[in-house]
Design a protein around this ligand. Structure first.
Ligand code: TRP
Length: 451
């Protein structure tokens, strides 16, 4: 078994591949809008605390599970305990929910890229441009379809390698540009208030919803609680230092999310006044704010076009790997050829994604739990399914497999420095907190308690 499975050639190769999957729209688009909405500094603080505790423990667990069993999610759970096969299926469900709406956002990125290329920046910087776009019946659907075809095309042709190579060059450029745009934004009048809002925790804004939102974001951004890291771990070499690799992936992912927040939140204060309404924009925040920044910049059209192209690549690497995951689940289960599986997945993505796209316009009457369809799918995966998967994983490792199995796997190479800390989190802290947060958040959502 060991010999047949390919491995990443070197240690950095693994970290880069895992980080490449981790960095995407989650960091650039999702993190800033949640931070803006949930109180800025307090969200950032909660997120950081969760990242070094829950995030660390869960990522170590998933990668170790994969490396130990050399299998992906369903097989990995099953091989350790037959009764827990369902957990593999449950986690595999997440990519099916996330990918369609991920591609809807991908379509928005394509649209903004074309807007900047065709030199319409001042148009895009007006308040109503974004809403005008997403509420149209045809345009957002067309851009979504373009994006889906790009993604599935790459998966069908099996040419991810090329995209990955390209994005290895583009990622560092994206990081540099993010820093540059953030610094530019911070020099705009009014931005400092935004900086304070982003960095200074306001404890009166603390609530179960904040914690749940931060935790969902953590899972989403680090591709946890959906079986992905198990698969990555299954390709990791025994010689690589697992604990250190997890630290590096976390640092990289969190660093980019932090910079994205720094690029967007102060700019909201500078260009839209930092009102509750401006900060609570949700999924549209990046698309409303950044054009205003570029509009105020010399050569902003060019900078904006390059920026959205880089974001497009970061998004593509993620949606490709998400689609690849779905395709391989379908193939494993049904034994289909790659082509057939790709075509069926394409139909699935279109069937779910088109309503999501229309949900902002002509189909906005479909509003489960009072949310737009995109927010609804996002909520079901990040705030419901992923916490449940994470909870069951903690119970499974903490009490059935026992943490020792994971610790031994980490210690195949060197010592696991934080093993006591790890054990306490997996057995006690994480499961208790997860249940408490889920209950509180559901009660908040139903209006039982008011914050
Ligand atoms: N973490 C990715 C992001 O931040 C999104 C994502 C979730 C993902 N699950 C994934 C990417 C699985 C690749 C594979 O955008």
């Amino acid at each position: 078994m060991e010999k047949q499975r390919g491995s990443f050639t070197n240690k950095l190769g693994f970290v880069l591949a895992a980080a490449g999957s981790a960095v995407g729209l989650g960091n650039l688009w999702r993190f800033p809008y949640l931070a803006a909405k949930y109180g800025g500094g307090i969200f950032l603080l909660v997120y950081l605390v969760l990242a070094v505790t829950f995030g660390f423990a869960l990522m170590v667990t998933e990668i170790a599970l994969g490396r130990k069993t050399r299998l992906s999610a369903v097989g990995a759970y099953e091989s350790l305990n037959k009764k827990f096969k369902f957990l593999g299926y449950l986690s595999s469900l997440v990519p099916f929910i996330i990918t369609p709406y991920y591609c809807v956002i991908g379509g928005w990125v394509v649209k903004y890229f074309t807007v900047f290329v065709s030199n319409n920046v001042s148009n895009a910087a007006t308040d109503d441009f974004f809403t005008g776009f997403i509420t149209q019946p045809a345009a957002p659907v067309i851009f979504f379809i373009i994006y889906v075809l790009l993604t599935v095309g790459v998966v069908m042709l099996g040419v991810e390698g090329g995209i990955e190579k390209a994005s290895r060059i583009m990622m560092p450029i994206l990081v540099v540009m993010t820093v540059f745009i953030a610094v530019f934004g911070l020099f705009q009048p009014g931005a400092i208030d935004g900086l304070i809002y982003y960095l200074k925790p306001d404890f009166s804004r603390f609530s179960a919803t904040t914690v749940l939102a931060a935790m969902g974001q953590l899972f989403y951004s680090m591709s946890l609680a959906m079986g992905i890291m198990i698969t990555y771990g299954s390709y990791m070499k025994k010689e690589a230092n697992l604990e250190q690799s997890v630290r590096q992936i976390e640092l990289f992912d969190t660093g980019i999310a932090f910079m994205a927040g720094l690029m967007i939140i102060p700019a909201v204060f500078a260009f839209s006044g930092g009102s509750e309404e401006a900060l609570g924009k949700g999924p549209s925040l990046m698309f409303v704010t950044l054009p205003k920044v570029f509009d105020n910049m010399k050569m902003g059209t060019f900078v904006g076009a390059v920026f959205f192209l880089l974001v497009l690549f970061a998004a593509l690497t993620s949606s490709i790997s998400l689609t690849e995951t779905i395709v391989s689940i379908v193939r494993d289960k049904l034994g289909w050829s790659r082509k057939k599986a790709c075509l069926v997945v394409l139909v699935f993505l279109l069937a779910v994604g088109i309503p999501v796209s229309l949900g902002f316009g002509i189909w906005s009457f479909i509003a489960p739990l009072g949310m737009s369809l995109l927010d609804f799918f996002d909520f079901i995966s990040n705030s419901v399914l992923m916490p449940i998967v994470a909870f069951l994983t903690c119970i499974f490792i903490g009490y059935i497999v026992k943490p020792k199995a994971i610790i031994d796997e980490v210690e195949v190479n060197g010592t696991f420095k934080n093993k006591k800390f790890y054990t306490v989190i997996i057995k006690y802290i994480a499961p208790v907190c997860l249940v408490a947060i889920l209950i509180f958040a559901v009660m908040e959502a139903m209006g039982v308690i008011v914050v």
